[in-house]
Design a protein around this ligand. Sequence first.
Ligand SMILES: Cc1cc2nc3c(=O)[nH]c(=O)nc-3n(C[C@H](O)[C@H](O)[C@H](O)COP(=O)(O)OP(=O)(O)OC[C@H]3O[C@@H](n4cnc5c(N)ncnc54)[C@H](O)[C@@H]3O)c2cc1C
Length: 468
Amino acid sequence: MFGKLNASIIKEIENIIGKENIIEEKEKLVDYSHDEFSLTDIQHEPEIVITPTSSIKISEIMKIASKEKIPVTTRGGGTGLCGGCVPAYGGIVLSTEKMKNIVEIDEENLMVTLEAGVTLKEFYSEIKKKKLFFPPHPGEESATIGGIISTNAGGARAVKYGTIRNFVRGIEIVLASGKIIKAGGKIIKDSTGYSLVNLFTGSEGTLGIITQATFSVLPEPDSFITLLVPFLNIVDALNTVPLILKSSIKPLAIEFISRKIVSIAEQHCGKNWPSLPGEIFLMIILEGMKQEIEKHCEIVAEKCLEKGAIDVFIAQLMEKQEEILHVRSMVYEALKPVTVEILDVSLPPGKMVEHILFVEEISKKYNVWLPTYGHAGDGNLHTHIMKITPDGSLVNNWKDTFKEIRKDIIADAIHRGGKISGEHGIGLVKKEYLEMCLGADYVELLKAIKKTFDPFFILNPGKIFDPT
Ligand SMILES: Cc1cc2nc3c(=O)[nH]c(=O)nc-3n(C[C@H](O)[C@H](O)[C@H](O)COP(=O)(O)OP(=O)(O)OC[C@H]3O[C@@H](n4cnc5c(N)ncnc54)[C@H](O)[C@@H]3O)c2cc1C
């Protein structure tokens, strides 16, 4: 179905990007065979890795790849959690690691244009110098601009402003044919034909290669306040969330997490969460003008206490807030050694409690610990399927049971009107559930779109669905 690279094709590529932008050494290829998904059995090495430095060069390479039917898998920071940048069919990994220009910070229009390989960390730090703010915060700052657009990444700060999709205004893309297309621009409103910006957001490298993007940014907020609110149980904690949202206050983030998970994260990073009673915490972040958010903070605290909160801890010092966030951001790393997989189902927010109670039942049924935490303000939950039981012993047959557990949880989310991925994407590991979630007609339409953009299935084959 696919062509194979040979010395003469590699020479053609070398003539375009130079030897210094081709990696062929076996010991280096292994670094490009995986992302952050825990299981090693999905790893696959590419035949070569290329690190082009411009759209024009990518365009020339895509013309060759199209002619020779060579698979091309684009890789950003490799921080994905579903095998999205794994070159499942070998071929070329196109790494954007050398495309790091911040093209323009346009303060008049509040728009920033960047190359695809700029990391989130670099983006935040550059705009901070101009007192600008990019609200979305997918948890891993070594993710790249191309990666966060391609997965429509979310993170904790999506409650008030939404996911990456709400901020992408324009993109430059290289198609499988090598054509370079610019979609959108430095504009807020756009009803000019189908939106390729929206189509490419969340397309997981299967429709084209994003080489540049323009994002909306906001002025830096005057102040932040973080509230930590302990509850005795998950039901009280999550039932508080609609009450906060109905009070017309929109926090930047509303997260929930259990004491047990917090303790593991504390041990992992050596930092302490404030000492509070309770079993479940809501972490609520408010942002805006100081006086206004202080008033909002009082209202939120009242609503929480009304619903059974046993305390309200208010962090106003930035250092304290960062410490709390740091512990929260270490959760994935802390659980990783005994994690088989992290799920990211997205539910109608009102269905979260029922779904979590279902997950607790599944945990009992299989005697597997299924720690669940996440984005309480928008219904996006993270359940880790673990290799250990709730009391910490190793599950000997985890390789046999984890797919059953995954299927049960995914099926329950769909049954409650949810989707199988709220932010990580489908990648390699969730494609078998796509039709269960979207229906056959919908998937057929997606495949027709894929064929229009990539008739030979060479762009990131094996992701979202299998090549046909
Ligand atoms: C500790 C940790 C915390 C995380 N927290 C969050 C979180 O809170 N929210 C969240 O949404 N995600 C989170 N993630 C997942 C991950 O960071 C995101 O999925 C991120 O968007 C991936 O970006 P990347 O540059 O690493 O992409 P990669 O992993 O390299 O690739 C991801 C997908 O994007 C495609 N791609 C990459 N660049 C391009 C491009 N230029 N053009 C076309 N396609 C491209 C790839 O082919 C692949 O399909 C977390 C991951 C970790 C390890």
